[in-house]
Design a protein. Structure first.
Lengths: 123, 123
DNA sequence: TCCTTCTATAACTGAATAGTTCTGAAAGCG
DNA sequence: CGCTTTCAGAACTATTCAGTTATAGAAGGA
């Protein structure tokens, strides 16, 4: 996954209104009016949030009559989850990384010869 | 996990510089100068990014002499991964969509600030 | 066609963000 | 003690973002 895709994906998830919209879309596809109904927010504000979600790939949209229905696309969340899983695995399985890090630090060399970068995320 | 915690966590992950800092910290703890070295960015800028990561709970800090070492804390990523796992469940199995959705709704992710607010308890 | 409904866009405001430079504070060292 | 190193904070700028109201456009229904 490209870095700017992670940018827009995490940025999209960083807003509580947008997370609530995703939750709502798990129940099923919905029009803008249906999505806006629970919020004390104007319709254009919801349209903007949907645009952000669409740009992040989390939502796809289609027209039915005059309405536009949003559909949840969870594949990007799979990517993001896998991104974070790499950190989880590192955190769960490594116990002596501080000692190793200090050893590397004291050698005044940034080359990590003891712990190769097999567990590192790519971005 | 509270909603504003997810806000700051996802917002922290939405920046490529901060993700690179996290990746660097997987090699081992590092001082601000060591973290800033690969970037074409001023030292205060890196300090600000570290502050964001610290506020998101992704990094803890300690002093060694005049340096301040950053340490990767992956526990918040575990929380966020579990949050997104609920969407993965939806994405993986199409049959229990409603169950997954109800699980998300009942998980009380939405707090008073981002809970959709009904105006009238009329029905 | 005219009218209604639904949604997007335009234009604007205020707040937050990412970066800069300059300065000051904290902790060792000579 | 004075000096150096390392980092954080202040002050400032430019950009982005989240929201508003007002309006325009797209698609159907009467």
């Amino acid at each position: 996954m490209r870095s700017d895709q992670l940018d827009s994906l995490f940025a999209a998830l960083a807003d509580p209104t947008r997370r609530a919209l995703l939750q709502r879309l798990m129940v099923g596809d919905a029009s803008v009016a249906q999505l806006a109904e629970p919020f004390q927010m104007s319709q254009p504000a919801i349209s903007k949030h949907l645009k952000v979600l669409e740009h992040a790939g989390l939502v796809s949209r289609s027209r039915i009559a005059t309405s536009r229905y949003s559909h949840l696309e969870a594949a990007p969340l799979k990517e993001a989850t896998e991104y974070m899983e790499r950190y989880r695995r590192f955190w769960a399985t490594t116990f002596d990384r501080l000692d190793a890090a200090l050893a590397v630090f004291q050698s005044h060399e940034a080359t990590a010869t003891d712990e190769p970068t097999k567990e590192q995320p790519n971005d």
